[in-house]
Design a protein around this ligand. Structure first.
Ligand SMILES: [Zn+2]
Ligand SMILES: [Zn+2]
Length: 243
C-alpha cells in the first residue's frame, strides 16, 4: 500500500471509528479518563490541572528550563532528532488518562490527545512530509491489539492533512518499559531496537509521535533508524513529558 493510500485509509477509518464510538458512547456512556466523572471522556476539572509546557525549554529536547538554552544531557550527547516538544508535564490526571489509552483502546481518548497536539503543532513552525508513530514490538502489539501512539498519530495526521505511514518504522525486538529503568539504562535498552524502510522515507522530513517522553532515548533511537535509512530530518512530539 502506498503512503498516500495509507493516509486516505486513515481518513475513512477515522470517520468510521468516530461513528462507531459515538454509538458506543450512547450505549456505554464514557467516564472522564482523568477522574472518572461520568458522561464525559475528559472533564474541565482535569483540563484545568494540566501543566502545559509553554515556557523556555532546551532548544533540542524540549525539557523545561528557567531560560532557553541547551540542557545538560543534550550538551553532552546530542540526540538523533533535531527537536522534541511535548504538550504537558506527565503527572495526574494526564498520567491516568494515558494509562487508560494504553490499555483500553479508547479511540475517543486518542482523539482528545491528538487535538492537544494539533493545538501545539502550528506554533512550532515545523514543516514535515510524513508522520510516523513510535511502533510497539510485534509481541506487545499482538497482546494489546493496538498501539496507543498510532491511535494519536493517525488522527493527528488525518486532521492536519500530512501523509501518515505507520509501517515505515518497526521495532525489531521487544524492549523493557522505559519507565522501569534508571536514566542511564534507557539508552542501552532501546539502542538499535528500530528499523526503517528506506524507499518510503528517503529525503523526507519526518514527525515522530509518541504518548510520553522521559529522556527522549526511545525517540532518539527511532530517529537514528530513520536517518540511517535516508530521512532528511526528524522532529518529534509527545503528549506528555516526564520530568
Ligand atoms: Zn476529570
Ligand atoms: Zn535537551
Amino acid at each position: 500500500m502506498s503512503a498516500g493510500r495509507e493516509l486516505k485509509g486513515a481518513g475513512h477509518s477515522q470517520i468510521l471509528s468516530r461513528w462507531l464510538w459515538t454509538g458506543i458512547d450512547l450505549i456505554f456512556p464514557p467516564s472522564c479518563a482523568g477522574c472518572g466523572k461520568p458522561s464525559i471522556r475528559w472533564c474541565c476539572d482535569c483540563e484545568s490541572k494540566i501543566i502545559a509546557i509553554n515556557g523556555p525549554t532546551c532548544y533540542i529536547c524540549g525539557l523545561p528550563r528557567t531560560k532557553p538554552g541547551f540542557c545538560q544531557r543534550c550538551s553532552a550527547n546530542r540526540p538523533a532528532f533535531a527537536k522534541l516538544r511535548s504538550w504537558a508535564v506527565y503527572s495526574d490526571p494526564i498520567r491516568k488518562a494515558l494509562l487508560r489509552l494504553k490499555y483500553s483502546n479508547d479511540v475517543g481518548l486518542g482523539e482528545i490527545f491528538a487535538s492537544k497536539l494539533l493545538d501545539l503543532f502550528p506554533g512550532l513552525g515545523w514543516n514535515v512530509d510524513l508522520v510516523v508513530p513510535v511502533p510497539l514490538g510485534r509481541f506487545r502489539q499482538r497482546q494489546r491489539g493496538y498501539n496507543q501512539s498510532d491511535l494519536i498519530a493517525r488522527i493527528f495526521a488525518a486532521s492536519i492533512g500530512i501523509l501518515y505511514d505507520p509501517k515505515v518504522l518497526s521495532r525489531n525486538r521487544e524492549t523493557r518499559s522505559q519507565v522501569e529503568l534508571e536514566l542511564d539504562e534507557r539508552e542501552v535498552n532501546v539502542k538499535g531496537a528500530f528499523t526503517a524502510m528506506s524507499d518510503r522515507i528517503r529525503d523526507k522530513k519526518i514527525l515522530v509521535i509518541d504518548d510520553i517522553a522521559t529522556t527522549g532515548a526511545t525517540l532518539s533511537a527511532c530517529s537514528e533508524a530513520l536517518l540511517a535509512a535516508g530521512a532528511a530530518e526528524i522532529l518529534a512530539i509527545t503528549v506528555a513529558r516526564a520530568l
